[in-house]
Design a protein around this ligand. Structure first.
Ligand SMILES: Cc1cc2nc3c(=O)[nH]c(=O)nc-3n(C[C@H](O)[C@H](O)[C@H](O)COP(=O)(O)OP(=O)(O)OC[C@H]3O[C@@H](n4cnc5c(N)ncnc54)[C@H](O)[C@@H]3O)c2cc1C
Length: 291
């Protein structure tokens, strides 16, 4: 199928983009990498009156890394973030999760921020924004606002941003000290959306005992969720922690759906298995930081 007819605008500045979005009203949509929006148009699952292509807007294509975290501009492609060594050092989950996003051709064009703005519960980067306790910057004719992930994701494919607005960047806080991370997923074919994915952060105290454990999942739940699994392992020496017990706890906390790809029971099973594996790996990484 072909998309329904639409008007196309390619403004050269952010102000112009916001002006077009204001003028066009509810029928206008931002176009970034087009890797989610264009398939929806082609299948006629969406029929916006106007596409506002932000690809000519300057200043949105950089990754800025400081000791506090990583700011990813709205036109940074998945592939650019995947290969950004400085960003990976400050927040390793970025590269680890991005490596699981789609196929190289899609990663060359699709944007990390577009993935977050799309708010797909099967997307890796929505989950990572939540797990890192991140936020987005949203520009509207009223100014720029920072919105934390809990307030941003309100439902599957739905965010709290309405009206004329462009998400200009996403901020991922730095990994805390004495911490390790891991990310793993199960997909039917490499590059497919995950049947289930898990990202974890393990933080140790100064005596190499487990202090804090958090996990977030992909394709589990309607919006990103972060689960605190600390109770299952708190105070354990890192090499003796009961990661299987943490996996059991995770299984009891999630509420996955059944769909054409997998049953809820299978997803819950995967949550347990992936949690146990990723926690062991993240803990080993955190312990390695002491050597
Ligand atoms: C075959 C295939 C497999 C894929 N597999 C995966 C996968 O495994 N994991 C995964 O996470 N993704 C996957 N994707 C999606 C891909 O990652 C997209 O790139 C991403 O979801 C959307 O980014 P985009 O820049 O292409 O956004 P677009 O398609 O341009 O836009 C998507 C939506 O977000 C809005 N939007 C985009 N940018 C902004 C912005 N800056 N401000 C406000 N609104 C904005 C648009 O209006 C639109 O509603 C896959 C896509 C395909 C076609």
């Amino acid at each position: 199928m072909k998309p329904a007819p639409f008007r196309y605008a390619d403004p050269g500045t952010l102000d112009e983009a916001l002006a077009v979005l204001s003028d066009e009203g509810a029928g206008a949509k931002v176009l970034a990498g087009g890797q989610s929006l264009l398939p929806l148009l082609s299948m006629r699952l969406a029929a916006p009156a106007t596409l506002v292509d932000i690809n000519r807007v300057p200043g949105l294509d950089t990754v800025e890394t400081t000791g506090d975290g990583v700011t990813v501009g709205a036109l940074v492609r998945h592939n650019q973030l995947l290969h950004d060594g400085a960003a990976a050092r400050v927040q390793p989950l970025l590269a680890r999760a991005t490596a699981n996003v789609a196929h190289p051709a899609i990663r060359n064009r699709g944007t990390t921020v577009g993935s977050i703005a799309h708010a797909d519960p099967s997307g890796e980067m929505t989950s990572v924004l939540a797990l890192t306790d991140g936020s987005v910057s949203v520009a509207s004719p009223d100014g720029v606002e920072t919105v934390g992930w809990r307030d941003f994701f309100v439902g599957p494919l739905e965010t709290s941003v309405h009206g004329p607005a462009v998400v200009t960047s996403a901020f991922f806080p730095a990994l805390p000290a004495r911490s390790g991370t891991a990310f793993a997923e199960v997909a039917r074919r490499k590059g497919d959306y995950a049947v289930c994915g898990a990202g974890v952060v393990v933080t140790l105290d100064a005596d190499r005992r487990v202090e804090r454990v958090r996990a977030s999942y992909v394709s589990v739940g309607l919006t990103p969720e972060v689960h605190d699994l600390t109770d299952a392992v708190v105070g354990s020496p890192v090499d003796k922690a009961d990661w299987a017990g943490a996996g059991e706890l995770a299984r009891s906390l999630v509420d996955p759906d059944t769909d054409i790809h997998a049953s809820a029971d299978y997803r819950r099973l995967l949550v347990g298995v992936l949690t146990e594996r990723t926690l062991a790996s993240a803990a080993a990484e955190a312990a390695g930081g002491f050597e």
